[in-house]
Design a binder for this molecule. Structure first.
Ligand code: DON
Length: 532
């Protein structure tokens, strides 16, 4: 799964999107040009996650060393209310997961255009063109056929989704020519008029009409008001390496930073796979996720003590609480306190050394399952990333508080962790990220630590079995079959609830190689790497 090339590299969740990225780079496009072209291509070939109806985050480092972070996360519609997803008894419903009410105002088209306006080189229409060709028709692959089969019962509830993605109510067989004429038309409009047509023009009309059809909340004013936002990237030092990642509205960078700060205070870590290492990592993850779940939310709505949370002195306090011999139970969550893989990540380095780390999502597979009639794209179900019922678990089992409660115009907290790491000489060293809900954060942590602490190649680091802990549920999740029974027994004896699991974050990364770049697509995924 590792591919080496001297000049430039791209790794994405779908081989056809990877090819689009490589072609743009070979035509003289830079990393942002390739990122934009890949994003649109993923909409056509990976509709489970690739999107124009969702949102995402870009961490970008230019060859001169300036790092920026772009937030084009979806926002709650102006009609959203705190308890909109609760039933009469106060319990969460699935209205935040499937159907029109689950959709936030999409950010992708605005975000991609903003990134291109600031950093792109090739003409906008050139970047959308490959996606138009893919939307006009490409043979569907086996992974897509399977994922459509898995979600056919959700998609069939919405006629435009059934018409676009299913054949007689079933997933198309691998090899079937997959034609999406409505999407091709939408992409042509976006190629010609940029985001205006999406947020104010013809596509906006179709989105609002779709909302009327299914009782959704997104209005013309919500679309017209949407803006992507440049944020200050999170930066932490880990053993001399500079780690840059996404700040809120994603929790990715802060949570990853806390884990690294806690573990970076030990002179060295115990060997890979040992009971002692898994214990320390769990205790660091637990504490970082406790803070995440309590404090973090949209920075335009909540105050967060980010400086304190990311300070080395605070990490030292947390480290001092770790008992090397016993698990610390996660305290019950006080909700009143302040405070399928269906996302996709791609990493790009161009021939000048500019790097883009991009994660984008519809939230779960095929998002809300609602296709905008006549426009040919799926809407997200990102509203479920809010604490729809503070103190109760969401789709990913995350238990979160008021900081992430629903409010009009607010961005729901994400776990997406697009990350860039520099080596101690200040050179670009790693570009990485993943889909996988909260497991993204720990998946990216595992990959970085495996390279820096355990001296693995990126390919080994990504392939190595993983550990995930998110404070609540208070369960250590170990990748099934990855760790010997004796290690698991000794972790249980230390007081850890251990569960073996098969749900992976799919890490897509690039590392500096001896002569150029090495791209690695997680072997658990159907993705690919290619360079030149
Ligand atoms: O933003 C988030 O954290 C989630 N919406 C990501 C969902 C995800 O990664 C699902 N895919 N496996």
């Amino acid at each position: 799964m590792a591919v080496a090339a001297p000049h430039a590299m791209v790794t994405t969740g779908h081989p056809l999107a990877t090819e689009v990225g490589r072609t743009i780079l070979q035509q003289g496009g830079n990393a942002i040009d390739a990122a934009v072209a890949v994003a649109f291509a993923l909409t056509a070939v990976l509709p489970d996650a690739g999107n124009i109806g969702g949102g995402g985050f870009i961490v970008y480092r230019d060859a001169r060393g300036a790092v920026s972070a772009l937030d084009y996360r979806e926002a709650a519609p102006s009609g959203a209310t705190r308890n909109m997803y609760l039933d009469a008894a106060g319990n969460p419903t699935d209205r935040s997961i499937t159907g029109h009410l689950s959709a936030g105002v999409p950010g992708s088209v605005a975000g991609l255009y903003e990134a291109w306006k600031r950093f792109g080189k090739l003409p906008w229409a050139t970047l959308v063109a490959p996606a138009i060709a893919l939307a006009e028709g490409h043979p569907i692959d086996a992974d897509r056929s399977h994922s459509l089969a898995d979600d056919a019962d959700r998609l069939i509830r919405f006629p435009a989704s059934a018409a676009q993605f299913l054949v007689d109510g079933r997933a198309p067989a691998p090899g079937t020519m997959f034609r999406q004429p409505d999407l091709a038309r939408t992409l042509r409009l976006i190629a010609d008029s940029g985001p205006d047509v999406f947020y104010r023009g013809r596509i906006a009309e179709l989105i609002v009409a779709e909302m009327a059809r299914g009782g959704g909340l997104i209005t013309r004013a919500d679309l017209a008001a949407y803006r992507p936002k440049w944020r200050t990237p999170i930066q932490v030092d880990y053993r001399g390496y500079a780690v840059y990642s996404m700040p809120p509205a994603s929790s990715g960078g802060v949570t990853l930073g806390e884990i690294l700060n806690i573990l970076g205070g030990y002179d060295s870590l115990p060997p890979f796979g040992s009971t002692a290492l898994l214990h320390l990592e769990t205790e660091a993850m637990r504490r970082a996720f406790e803070d995440r779940n309590r404090w973090l939310g949209d920075p335009d709505f909540v105050q967060m003590p980010l400086e304190r949370l990311l300070s080395k002195s605070y990490a030292a306090q947390l480290r001092a609480q770790i008992d090397p011999a016993r698990a610390t139970p996660t305290p019950p969550f006080e909700a009143g306190a302040p405070g399928g893989t269906e996302t996709t990540h791609y990493s790009i380095v161009d021939a000048d050394g500019n790097a883009a780390s991009v994660t984008t999502t519809l939230n779960n597979s095929f998002g809300s399952a609602v296709t905008v009639t006549g426009a040919g794209f799926l809407l997200n179900d990102e509203m479920d990333d809010f604490a729809t019922a503070p103190g109760k678990p969401n789709m990913y089992g995350l238990v979160q508080g008021e900081s992430n409660a629903v409010a009009p115009g607010k961005r729901m907290l994400s776990a997406m962790t697009p990350t860039i790491v520099l080596d101690p000489q200040g050179r670009l060293f790693l570009v990485a990220g993943a889909p996988g809900g909260p497991r993204i954060i720990t998946g990216v942590f595992n990959a970085i630590s495996n390279v820096i602490d355990h001296h693995m190649s990126l390919a080994q680091a990504i392939e190595a079995p993983r550990l995930h802990h998110q404070a609540l549920p208070d369960t250590m999740m170990l990748e099934r079959g990855g760790f010997p029974p004796a290690v698991i027994d000794s972790l249980r004896a230390m007081g850890h609830a251990v569960r073996e699991w098969g749900y992976h974050a799919l890490v897509m990364g690039i590392e500096r190689g001896p002569a150029g770049w090495i791209g690695v697509a997680d072997p658990r995924s159907g993705g690919s790497a290619a360079g030149y």
